[in-house]
Design a protein around this ligand. Structure first.
Ligand code: MN
Ligand code: MN
Length: 471
């Protein structure tokens, strides 16, 4: 039964925001594409659970699509696909544009690290007949979420003789998992009265890893020795090797469809591998863009973009200097000009309205799950502190670009003005003088062991980055 729209309805459609679900704005074929795209995304999430694994997976996919190391590339040939890798934790993928470099680059930057638990440098001990590992959490976590949950151990160890070994335990269905014990409710009377922040201390996040004693009456810590003995037989590892290791605990198991209708994805590490994967797919398919297009995947965002693999390091400047050198001039003025005339998207997630905790959001300015990718002018906290705060001009540019390409997008602030806040790599990209804004899907349960994204938003992120890299 169709009815003529009233004058007011027509006027509202002309003047008001489109607040329809992205799902309702897609036809059946486009919906199929959303679901198909997210199969690849789930595979990536399942495979890439650490920053190193994400970079390895990204470079492997790029290699298969004809991307070559920049080292072997001499001149600026439009359409040339290249990559640069940095210490196994950063990657830059690029496609050389038709316009000269000084017209500026189009860069999408995402991070590949995620909140987790790292093993301490001296993790192994024995207590109460158990072998245990001590951990130090990485990034912003709610500690209670990481107890009594199957965890997998991923990472690298540099052995005493300098050899590097990879460790991954807990992902194959036949593998054992590790877990942090939690206090039984029967004895948690005092714990339950404490505020959440105090109920669990960082030093309570201890992993249960073994219970079998070494068969020798003369040894005091038999369970610890049995674990050391096993690690030595399996990997050649001795206790001192933990000091030169990066071993990370992540939730065990694959990324899954979430919801009875399979409309969402429930998985660890979607902040920010959802943006890493969608940006990666966008550049893998890119042919002869107007401006030189780059996708930067960085580490260490979750602890302030610090270190030599974080967005505050000089890696991007070095990479652009390499490009400028190949285009003719790598002097500081040329490189600074290329960077300053560039445009960037800081591709990171934001919060979706959680109907159970409505109080912390401004309902009129929060993103909804399933309403498309989120374009945000600023992040930061309490008075935009530490925010990039994109210009009206650049927001106008991106808005027109997305609308022309038919990208379904929305805007959204992280939460209520005084409720808290957060940052992204946007401000570190802005340091070069370029224009940058934040854009990525909204999540529920951000930073939890299982984060929730809507498949339609994942796909719209890919479409947004694709439109931007082509422009
Ligand atoms: Mn993030
Ligand atoms: Mn984060």
């Amino acid at each position: 039964m169709s009815k003529e729209s009233s004058q007011g309805q027509k006027r509202l459609k002309e003047l008001g925001l489109n607040e329809k679900s992205a799902w309702e704005r897609l036809d059946a074929r486009e919906k199929e594409r959303v679901f198909a795209f997210c199969e690849g995304y789930k595979d990536f999430l399942t495979r890439a659970k650490t920053e190193r694994e994400a970079i390895e997976a990204a470079l492997e996919l790029a290699g298969r699509r004809g991307f070559k190391s920049l080292d072997g590339i001499k001149g600026p040939e439009p359409g040339t696909k290249f990559y640069l890798e940095w210490r196994g934790k950063v990657a830059l993928l690029g496609v050389w544009g038709q316009a000269p470099l000084e017209k500026g680059l189009h860069l999408v930057g995402a991070h590949v690290d995620a909140p987790r638990l790292d093993l301490k440098p001296q993790p192994l001990y024995e207590e109460a007949g158990l072998a245990m590992f001590k951990t130090h959490y990485y990034g912003g976590i709610k500690k209670y979420q990481w107890t009594a949950l199957p965890l997998a151990l991923h990472g690298v160890v540099i052995l005493h003789d300098g050899r590097k070994i990879n460790i991954k335990i807990g992902e194959d269905p036949g593998d054992p998992v590790l877990a942090i014990s939690d206090l039984l409710p029967h004895l948690a009377k005092d714990q339950m009265k404490k505020p959440l922040e105090e109920a669990f201390s960082g030093d309570d996040l201890n992993l249960v890893i073994g219970n079998l004693p070494y068969a020798d009456e003369e040894v005091k810590e038999k369970v610890k020795l049995a674990i050391l003995d096993q690690l030595h037989r399996q990997y050649g590892l001795v206790e001192e090797d933990f000091i030169s290791a990066e071993l990370e605990l992540v939730p065990a198991g694959p990324a899954r469809d979430l919801g009875l209708d399979r409309s969402m994805i429930g998985a660890y590490g979607q902040d920010d591998r959802v943006c890493a994967y969608t940006a990666l797919q966008a550049i893998l398919e890119l042919e002869r863009p107007e401006r030189t297009a780059l996708v930067l995947l960085v580490d260490k965002e979750e602890i302030g973009s610090t270190g030599n693999t974080g967005a505050q390091s000089r890696f991007l400047a070095l990479a652009v200097t390499e490009l400028a050198g190949r285009a003719g001039s790598a002097d500081i003025l040329s490189v600074s000009r290329v960077l300053a005339s560039s445009r960037a998207i800081s591709a990171d997630v934001t919060a979706a309205l959680d109907p159970t905790y409505e109080g912390v959001y401004d309902k009129r300015n929060v993103a909804l799950l399933g309403r498309g990718v989120v374009l945000s002018k600023y992040s930061g906290s309490r008075g935009k502190y530490e925010a990039n705060d994109a210009s009206a001009e650049f927001m106008g540019y991106l808005r027109r670009l997305f609308n022309a390409a038919g990208v379904i997008w929305q805007t959204g602030e992280l939460g209520k003005v005084d409720a808290g806040g957060g940052g992204t790599i946007a401000k570190y990209l802005a340091y070069f003088g370029l224009d940058v804004a934040d854009c990525g899907p909204a999540l529920l349960s951000m930073h939890a062991p299982l984060e929730i994204a809507s498949k339609v938003d994942v796909y719209q992120a890919y479409r947004a980055y694709s439109a931007f890299l082509k422009a």
